[in-house]
Design a protein around this ligand. Structure first.
Ligand code: CP
Length: 310
């Protein structure tokens, strides 16, 4: 197997091929072993400096990237838009070029604008990793989600995955659809009609508006957060009504004639899309997803850094 990725940046899953995904997962397998050792570090990236630029809020992704970089022994600088000169009107390119003038090799960026990572990759001389660009893509989330399915079920190929909730505003949904389809899974989306984009079936996914039917079909249910901060109009009457139709509780989970795997990218709205009992049950892999995020991000950073040196 060719050990190099076909891309110079990780802007979206759309740009990757299946071999890229397999290389990332195999590399992540080695790093998962590293992060479970007493000394959770390797010296691989001692010559690399990485800037984490977060223009939007984050807990998991930001911490996970920083830990991944430190476990690889990279030098790390962190930047948040709040408290920076962005507030004084500095442009994205000027901000990044000033950071790069301090000899940074790689930029991990979260931004509220779809396409921001692509834009940056065309204007600055550094490897760019998209840590979420608005409603567009969140590639490392999809990679860690697929990696977690592979870990729990042995493979992704042939598995049936339903993504439930706010598909319209979800970069996690779009990246997951690309990733799971490339890996040979069957994908369904489920949610209120108003939160399912009309073009979605062109991406090769099934559409279902009845949660029980969707759960009866699937092996894995990925329960998305309702993103009220991205909803400029009302897409459903009240959160309570959303939960009654699309929330997953123990009664519904136990009514199925099989054990499905339950996922959630976080942050969870406990009691809205998923109850605490389900989130904390043995069928949930939510914390495995978080653990796997570090290994998968180590793999992505390591593989892109090898391309800087080659
Ligand atoms: N899953 C995810 O992207 O979480 P954060 O917004 O906390 O980074």
């Amino acid at each position: 197997m060719n050990k190099n990725l076909s891309v110079d940046h990780l802007l979206g899953i759309k740009d990757l091929n299946r071999e890229d995904l397999e290389i990332i997962f195999k590399t992540a397998d080695s790093f998962k072993e590293v992060i479970n050792r007493p000394i959770k570090k390797v010296p691989s990236l001692r010559d690399i400096t990485i800037a984490n630029l977060f223009f939007e809020n984050s807990t998991r992704t930001k911490l996970s990237f920083e830990l991944a970089e430190k476990r690889l022994s990279a030098d790390v600088v962190n930047f948040s838009a709040s408290g920076s000169s962005v507030k004084k009107g500095e442009t994205l390119i000027d901000t990044v070029n000033n950071i790069l003038a301090m000899k940074v090799d790689m930029v991990v960026m979260r931004h509220s604008t779809p396409g921001a990572a692509l834009f940056l990759s065309k204007h600055v001389d550094a490897r760019i990793i998209n840590a979420g660009d608005g409603t567009h893509e969140h590639p490392t989330q999809a990679l860690l989600d697929a990696y977690s399915i592979r870990e729990r079920l042995g493979s992704v190929e042939g598995k049936k995955v339903v993504i439930v909730g706010d598909i319209l505003h979800s970069r996690v949904a779009l990246s997951n659809i690309f990733c799971l389809r490339k890996l040979g899974a069957e994908v369904m989306v489920c949610g209120p009609t108003t939160l399912i984009p009309r073009y979605i079936s062109e991406l090769g996914v099934k559409v279902e508006h009845n949660l029980k039917k969707a759960l009866e079909w699937c092996d894995v249910a990925n329960m998305l957060r309702i993103q009220l901060e991205r909803q400029d109009i009302r897409y459903f009457p009240t959160l309570r009504e959303y939960t009654m139709q699309f929330g997953l509780d123990m009664k519904l989970l136990k009514s199925l004639n099989k054990e499905i795997v339950v996922m959630h990218p976080g942050p969870i709205n406990r009691g809205v899309e998923i109850t605490s009992e389900v989130a904390d049950s043995h069928q949930s892999v939510i914390l495995d997803q978080v653990e796997n995020g570090v290994a998968v991000r180590m793999a992505v950073i390591y593989l892109l850094a090898s391309k800087i040196r080659s």
